[in-house]
Design a protein around this ligand. Structure first.
Ligand SMILES: [Zn+2]
Ligand SMILES: [Zn+2]
Length: 241
């Protein structure tokens, strides 16, 4: 583990250097592109005269290899699960659900929360997953400072950070509070995780009522008479419900 952390730190330094030397089209490079990534980097270094010509070849190769290593390592973040459990404790960084609890004893399961539907499939939704705080799509790195544990429900809700469509927000509002005795439709589950994550993130993953971060969080309507839309939802911990 210690070695792995050192490798990460080393890669982070190299990556910063590499990113300062490579053109945008190298970052968005696809294997199917006609020109290789290395060639794109080389052309860029020559065009910008960033280094003496005799070093361009060597440097382009190093930058290319660093980008490769970054790509490989970002796919291996699951290796950091144990380390993060030790660093952050056994809780989801977003909704604070306790991973070490038996799933049938988790608060959200006990309460059968009508807003946050993680309890519908607890053994799947409440698993600890390693997530990049700053998404890889926005060039978040594998540095441990950029990693945290999210339950699968929150991780899927976070997604790639793209905005929630108004249509989905309204679907969710129309169906909630959901009080069915059978499984809700898959799209309602997806809306529930996206909206829950968005509300919790907006409130810094703290309870909107007591400000606490020690108990599992869910969402509730701020004005009872209003709809369950983003603008009328607030985070609330299970102690404040
Ligand atoms: Zn969570
Ligand atoms: Zn609270």
């Amino acid at each position: 583990m210690a070695n792995e952390l050192e490798d990460q730190a080393d890669l982070a330094v190299r990556l910063r250097v590499a990113l300062s030397l490579c053109p945008a089209d190298a970052l968005t490079h696809r294997r199917s592109d006609r020109v290789s990534r290395r060639e794109k980097i080389e052309r860029h270094l020559l065009a910008e005269a960033l280094v003496p010509d005799e070093f361009v070849d060597l440097l382009a190769e190093a930058v290319d290899r660093t980008l490769d290593a970054w790509q490989v390592q970002r796919e291996n973040v699951a290796n950091f699960r144990e380390y993060l459990l030790e660093r952050d404790g056994s809780r989801c960084g977003s909704c604070r659900v306790d991973f070490s609890q038996a799933t049938d004893e988790v608060d959200s399961v006990r309460l059968r929360d009508p807003f946050k539907l993680a309890w519908v499939d607890p053994s799947r939704h409440l698993q600890a997953t390693v997530d990049h705080r700053e998404p890889v799509s926005k060039f978040g790195t594998n540095e441990v400072d950029n990693l945290w544990l999210l339950c699968r429900f929150c991780n899927e809700g976070k997604g790639d950070g793209s905005p929630i469509l108004l249509k989905h927000e309204l679907d969710y509002a129309a169906d909630l509070p959901w009080a069915g005795s059978v499984n809700p439709a898959a799209n309602l589950l997806a809306h529930s995780s996206r909206i829950t994550y968005r509300v919790l993130a907006r409130q810094n993953f703290e309870c909107g009522r007591c400000g606490g971060r020690d108990h599992e969080l869910t969402v509730r309507k701020e004005r009872e008479s209003g709809l369950a839309v983003l603008s009328n939802l607030t985070s609330v911990c299970v102690e404040c419900l």
